[in-house]
Design a protein around this ligand. Structure first.
Ligand SMILES: [Zn+2]
Length: 106
């Protein structure tokens, strides 16, 4: 996987905090990411949620997922996580780049 340069930050630890409502990632360069799960769910990057063009996007909003929980999280190689949500949605592959670049929401 040549495109993943050794300079890119990698998660050192990843945990659910705030009564399982926040995904907290500590990166190996010391950066801390805190993403509310409702924000993460609404940002699901899969083709079903985002479509192949902006006009096809479901335009999901965090307030549509008030009680969302993360049921499973599995690494995809060293570049992404496959997240399974409590609403049954399981096609979202969240890249490390995306998780790193998303603004903290918690
Ligand atoms: Zn999706």
């Amino acid at each position: 996987m040549q495109e993943h340069s050794s300079t890119a930050a990698f998660p050192e630890s990843l945990e659910l905090t705030d009564d399982n409502a926040v995904m907290q990632i500590t990166w190996d360069d010391g950066h801390l990411s805190r993403h509310r799960l409702d924000v993460l769910r609404a940002a699901c990057p899969c083709a079903m949620c985002q479509g192949h063009s902006p006009s096809q996007s479901l335009n999901l909003k965090p307030d549509q997922f008030p009680d969302i929980r993360m049921m499973d999280l599995a690494p995809v190689g060293r570049y992404a996580y496959h997240l399974v949500w409590s609403d049954g949605h399981d096609t979202g592959i969240y890249t490390l780049k995306m998780l790193r670049e998303m603004e903290n929401s918690a």
